[in-house]
Design a protein around this ligand. Structure first.
Ligand code: URA
Length: 211
């Protein structure tokens, strides 16, 4: 199966992403921008949702009208902690989505992803899943999250990020060629600490003002 990478290069997203990259952007502004971009990305990522037609009454007549066909609400899974920022935006657009959390941190010297939390809806095997994390850097966290999610067999999985590094995409798709990636941009490379260049710094720290 051909590994799929979708770059969502809508001008509004690109403009807001540029504002997020800038050092002088405040924590409050960064958080708001991530939320807005989350909303816009969700719009594109859900473009292929199947529709069904149901008879409804308008004030004037009846019609067969389109509705989302999925029997169970989709699940948005946030990779903590920076995933929360995108999640908030997506929930503005899809308020009835179910939410899961995977807690992973990067071991600073090896950059290996270590799991410390995993909570997803109990009936996830009947649901489509969208995994969100702003930064696909080494790809280790995304690979670990999808390894773990595949153990609970959701109907489908997509990964949504804000920025991806070519190294992270390659590593992710070596392990999970069946999982499509959606991103607002593909940057140049990683630095020696596994940060994306030019990037936007540490997404979690910028989102919560912890550094
Ligand atoms: N995580 C971040 O928050 N930023 C990066 O550049 C890479 C990983």
């Amino acid at each position: 199966m051909a590994a799929e990478v979708n770059v969502i290069d809508h001008p509004l997203i690109q403009h807001k992403l540029t504002l997020m990259r800038q050092t002088q952007t405040s924590t409050a502004k960064f958080r708001n921008l991530l939320k807005e971009i989350g909303m816009l990305l969700a719009y594109e990522v859900t473009r292929d949702l199947p529709l069904k037609y149901e008879e409804i009454k308008t004030p004037l007549t009846t019609m067969l009208a389109p509705m989302i066909a999925a029997e169970k609400k989709m699940v948005i899974i946030s990779i903590m902690r920076a995933g929360q920022g995108i999640l908030d935006g997506i929930l503005e657009l899809i308020p009835s989505a179910r939410v899961g959390h995977i807690g992973l941190y990067r071991e600073p010297t090896t950059q290996v992803a270590i799991e410390y939390y995993f909570k997803v809806p109990h009936d996830i095997e009947h649901r489509d899943v969208l995994v969100v994390d702003p930064m696909l850097a080494t790809g280790n966290s995304a690979v670990a999250a999808i390894d773990r999610l595949k153990e609970v067999s959701p109907l489908s999985i997509k990964v949504l990020c804000l920025l991806a590094a070519p190294e992270g995409i390659a590593h992710f798709h070596e392990q999970h060629p069946d999982v499509p990636i959606y991103t607002a941009a593909i940057d140049n490379c990683l630095d020696e600490h596994g940060y994306i260049l030019p990037g936007l710094g540490d997404a979690g720290d910028r989102l919560y003002g912890t550094k």
